[in-house]
Design a protein around this ligand. Structure first.
Ligand SMILES: [Zn+2]
Length: 321
């Protein structure tokens, strides 16, 4: 997911210790005169415009994962992208400051460096002059907890909608379990093609998630043309996944039947198939595994059974004990 965050960028002085941190990332040892360093806040525990909030453990993990990650300045379309790299980052509580929920304000403060080259001259001058920019961080998260019921918002165990109010409580999603930090970049000009597209897409997608929830809840939903298209794309994606799921179930059923007939030779394949079709996929895996264990006990004792095949659809590789 991408998260945009308004940030201050400020130049910082570099210590000997920091220079050695930086030199861990460089091919050649750089001197203090050759590097330019600056502070940047990457993200915080504020509920953002997508009605999402990183929890503290997520911010701590992001601080850890963003060290060494390269960032891009997208602001100048005529220059090549200018790169900077984060060489240190930490999760910090800002004393006396609170987020909109009244919690202690916590943010990920990072330090980045870039070589003082001709190419970087302009951006260095801008940072020295004091600029405010929007930083976009891209990361993978696997925890999506509803602030109203504590349920998992992704797998629809809750019916709440981000941004809606429930008994005076505005629902938001708590992001946790950060898996990876991919990149960070500055998007200064909203008119920038890429930034604009990504943002509006992300926003529409959010709306669409809400819209699917509303449909599931049986509410009437009006869609814009863009949303209709996105919903269609989403359905396409789900159909593809469903097809994959069907193929997977077929394979599982074939294996279950194959092992069942070895484990219990008096069974008929169609009755095993019937049994398999009536359970969910998790149960089907358990059934297949149980028959596999049983079949494994029998096959080595009765080599003649190896020749017994269930259909030709299934190859025999599983029988190579
Ligand atoms: Zn909920």
């Amino acid at each position: 997911m991408n998260k945009e965050f308004k940030t201050d960028i400020s130049p910082c002085k570099i210590t000997d210790e920091e220079l050695s941190q930086i030199n861990k990332f460089t091919v050649r040892e750089l001197t203090k005169d050759e590097v330019y360093t600056f502070n940047v806040v990457l993200c915080d525990n504020e509920v953002d415009r997508d009605c999402e909030q990183f929890d503290i453990s997520a911010l701590e993990k992001l601080a850890e994962l963003f060290v060494g990650v390269t960032g891009i300045f997208d602001h100048n379309p005529k220059a090549e992208n200018q790169n900077a790299r984060i060489f240190s980052a930490s999760c910090e509580k800002v004393a006396g400051k609170f987020n909109s929920l009244g919690e202690d304000y916590v943010c990920v403060k990072a330090k980045a460096y870039m070589p003082r080259t001709e190419k970087n001259k302009d951006i260095i001058a801008e940072i020295d002059a004091g600029i405010k920019k929007e930083v976009s961080v891209s990361c993978a998260v696997s925890g999506f907890t509803c602030s109203v019921c504590g349920g998992d918002m992704r797998y629809s165990s809750c019916s709440h909608i981000k941004g809606d109010e429930y008994d005076g409580h505005k629902c938001y999603c708590v992001l946790s379990d950060v898996q990876d930090a991919y990149e960070w970049s500055f998007v200064a000009v909203p008119a920038q093609m890429n930034a604009g597209v990504t943002k509006s897409y992300a926003k529409e997608f959010e709306n669409m998630e809400n819209c699917i929830k509303a449909i599931k809840n049986g509410n009437a939903v009006k869609l814009t043309e863009v949303q209709s298209k996105q919903l269609a794309e989403y359905i396409d994606k789900l159909e593809k996944q469903a097809d994959d799921g069907k193929i997977y179930r077929q394979q599982l059923t074939q294996e279950a039947v194959k092992f069942a007939l070895i484990a219990v030779p008096t069974l008929k394949s169609d009755s095993v198939e019937k049994m398999c079709s009536s359970v969910d996929t998790k149960e089907l895996i358990k059934i297949k595994d149980a028959f596999k264990v049983k079949a494994g006990e029998i096959v080595p004792l009765s080599p003649q059974l190896k020749a017994k095949k269930y259909d030709n659809e299934v190859d025999n590789s599983d029988f190579k004990f």
